[in-house]
Design a binder for this molecule. Structure first.
Ligand code: MG
Length: 268
């Protein structure tokens, strides 16, 4: 099942996507046994929103061997976890706004796990029982700030730095999914989640040893090798098998603030 959030006439709705058609649901699919209202929309007549508004975003670093190697870092023995701000999330079709053109700001294709029920001290054997579904996240990262700060919060939390979507797919094996990212049609990252050093179940076990996860929280599971910089004008497409394609353009954020941003999503 492919769940979506969407906007129509300045209102937010929840829905189920089948082909090009959305069946509207009565409530938030994460909270309610959301039943169809009977209303349907075609995908082209609505604006898709991020499929979830996460309370927490837990990120896993260096979780693909070749990416650890390209970063010049040893493979972590345990999932290396950090947190980024949920206010960085934007949806499919929205712009990634670069706040500083002198810094190197990279794309990072990732599988995102959406938590479905409260989880603490979960064992990996039943970790997937706590998952609602899966989406994709581009973990956009300012490498200069990452290096300067020695940690990730500032480098990865700017507004628009966490494109998420386009849908949450509930029926997937998360550990065997092709993952691909293109910039302007050119393949930059291409891997499979079967290359994850710490699989989704292990990551959930390790994260919930430490903290409680709530419905709607997401874990972004790390990026494969091939990361590289973005520049204004780029078109980024992130595809995870079974989920779909998350499309975002890249804009000059310094210019946008100078122009007093007309796009409401960039003002937020
Ligand atoms: Mg990452």
């Amino acid at each position: 099942m492919k769940y979506v959030r969407f906007e129509k006439n300045n209102q937010t709705f929840f829905g189920l996507l089948e082909g090009e058609q959305i069946s509207q649901l009565k409530g938030d699919f994460l909270k309610d046994q959301a039943k169809p209202t009977g209303d349907t929309f075609s995908l082209s007549e609505v604006k898709l929103l991020p499929p979830v508004e996460p309370g927490q975003i837990i990120a896993i670093g260096l979780n693909y061997a070749l990416h650890a190697e390209e970063s010049g870092k040893p493979i972590p023995e345990e999932p290396m976890m950090f947190m980024v701000s949920p206010t960085a999330v934007v949806g499919d079709g929205e712009a990634i706004s670069l706040p500083n053109l002198d810094n190197r700001i990279d794309y990072e294709a990732e599988l995102a796990v959406v938590i479905g029920k409260q989880a603490k001290d979960v064992k990996k054997e039943n970790a997937l029982d706590y998952v609602f579904g899966y989406t994709t996240c581009n973990d956009v990262s300012d490498r200069n700030l990452q290096k300067k700060d020695g940690q990730f919060t500032r480098a990865k939390s700017y507004a628009t730095f966490k494109p998420l979507g386009p849908v949450i797919e509930t029926s997937l094996n998360p550990n065997k999914l092709e993952i691909k990212l293109t910039v302007n049609g050119e393949i930059k990252q291409h891997s499979n989640t079967d290359d994850l050093i710490h699989d989704v179940e292990t990551v959930i076990e390790k994260v919930t040893e430490v903290m409680t996860l709530n419905p709607g929280d997401i874990i972004i599971t790390g990026t494969p090798s091939g990361v590289g910089p973005l520049k204004p004008g780029d078109q980024v497409e992130l595809e995870v098998e079974g989920i779909g394609i998350l499309r975002n353009s890249v804009v000059d954020g310094t210019q946008i603030s100078a122009d007093q941003a007309t796009n409401a999503n960039l003002k937020a």
